[in-house]
Design a protein around this ligand. Sequence first.
Ligand code: GLY
Length: 421
Amino acid sequence: MNVLIVGGGGREHAIAASIAKSRHNPKIYAAPGNAGIEQFAELVDIDVMEGERLADFAEKKSIDLTVIGQDDPLVAGITDIFEKRGLRVFGPRKNAAIIEGSKIFAKDLMKKYHIPTGGYESFDSVEKAFAYLETCRMPVVVKADGLALGKGVLICNHLEEAKKAAEDMIQGHKFGDAGSHIVIEEFLTGREVSVLCYCDGTHILPMTSAQDHKRAKDNDEGLNTGGMGAFSPSPFYTKEIQEFCEKNIYRRTMDAMKAEGRDFVGILFVGLILTEDGPKVLEYNARFGDPEAQVVLPRMKNDMIDVIDACLNGSLDKTVLEFEQNAAVCVVLASDGYPESYEKGKRISGLQNFTNKEGYYVFHAGTKRDGGEIITNGGRVLGVTAKGKDLKEARENAYAATDWIQFENKYKRNDIGKSIR
Ligand code: GLY
């Protein structure tokens, strides 16, 4: 069986590692992949946004299944391109990926179908946004409607700050077209939990829970990043909360998308916040989370290709997901200065320490091969994941393993999962 994975980050490395274990013994290709994915896959030098070229490749190489890891090709409609050519592809169509591609669509969907979320209004006029902001209690959240490389969500503590954010997005085109429409949303407080769900258009199967750490520095200080680490499961996601979410959030979202004629087949990422008034949805994504995939997938016992097949065949109701009764923690090793300015091209040593180490993983994100060496090639360089019998042990193991890797300007947070038991 031939499988193509589209993407080149830590998430796609975790997907590749999971698929490589399949009983179907797949030959894996990754476009563009990275220096770590290379361990499992032949790399293909085609950009994720070149849907037609990727489909050409899939036809030429008789690819049986393409798995789309990244959000932007999904939102742009890569699944539709593949399906038109009769190619099997895992990821929502454009009309369903809009749940991530448009924050306004997602919020309007939740309002219409009574899915718990924060109060909000949407705007494309600065004047109207300003008038609304005058009525809001601070802080508020100002969000660009479209994809903005994870940077389009601003928490504003003061009115003037919120007005500037709205103006920068709508009039200043800070995020290009993605910010020409905005959402102004109530600021919610509570524990955040990420739940990634397999979906077959009708049925939805939530995986084990996780939590990421978005800020660059310890104690959740510093700028927002793509994620500096994650842990799974979340001890705050109790059985009672899970049952509430299954009934009032996951099931309802699937039904809502179906009712709108936008059957969702793929991974639905539900970003939850556990407020005093109960769980609410902060955001949806249309793919695996990163770094969440780096702690969730190593704990999954199922054969990933079988689960994806069930999604594509509409038979997910016959699948039972199984996760190991343990925990995993991922600590991201970044280039110092990320997410602002940082240097690349530093030689990485110590990667071989992870070879054949049961329960330890090093997922590549910003790396590249340079002759016989692997060098840094991005802000988030590697995700070091370790399992343990519980979160405490997994955290100790993961931090110990971060010392196995060396590169100049290596930076990490020291408190991933620290506020948990
Ligand atoms: N960790 C958040 C995301 O993948 O968008």
